[in-house]
Design a protein around this ligand. Structure first.
Ligand SMILES: [Zn+2]
Ligand SMILES: [Zn+2]
Length: 189
């Protein structure tokens, strides 16, 4: 059985007792608004976010290992045009029963090499959405670029240098000095 639903965050709410001994494959696609991702005019998710992986239960603990992938669109850090950023994040999450919140410290004490991120389930159900949310926020690009060689905006006229080269540089040499030329300083009275 593959848990596969589209466009519903309910697909990320898993009944723990339905996870068989051999594990439960998961392949779901959800919208960013259902994950309550911080969507603003400047950040959008043009396609559904895919969560692909497997759930495994060991006693009261549930593990999820998988890959979260999708596309986010943010303004280019140089030219402000929209820049699409594909992301694919590997994730390992451990869900503990509410009674075992201390196990977090146990896991740290044992010094697991790849320590999974730890969340808590309520004893019967777990919700993958918060862990998916956290991973996607971590995948936000620090300096998004519409393309690796984006030329950015002209410092003087504000024109997009990817679309047309302006004459500012040719006319005034170093644009930094051109800026200074136009500055007027008021005398202190
Ligand atoms: Zn750009
Ligand atoms: Zn210019």
């Amino acid at each position: 059985m593959v848990l596969s639903q589209q466009g519903s965050v309910a697909a990320l709410a898993v009944d723990i007792l339905r996870i068989p001994d051999e594990g439960l494959p998961l392949d779901v696609k959800v919208g960013a608004e259902e994950l309550r991702l911080p969507q603003a005019a400047e950040v959008t998710f043009p396609i559904l976010v895919r969560i692909l992986g497997r759930l495994a239960r060991v006693a009261e603990q549930v593990y999820f290992q998988g890959v979260i992938s999708g596309t986010m669109s943010t303004p280019c850090s140089r030219c402000v045009e929209s820049a699409a950023h594909d992301f694919e994040v590997e994730t390992q999450v451990m869900f503990l029963p509410p009674s075992a919140a201390d196990a977090h410290e146990d896991a740290e004490a044992v010094g697991l090499e790849d320590e999974p991120d730890i969340y808590v389930h309520d004893g019967t159900k777990l919700d993958l959405a918060p862990s998916v949310y956290d991973q996607i926020v971590l995948a936000f690009p620090v300096q998004p670029l519409c393309r690796p060689d984006c030329a950015g905006l002209c410092h003087i006229c504000g024109g997009n240098l990817n679309e047309a080269s302006c004459a500012c540089r040719a006319e005034s040499g170093d644009p930094r000095f051109a800026l200074l030329k136009n500055l007027s300083f008021s005398e202190p009275s």
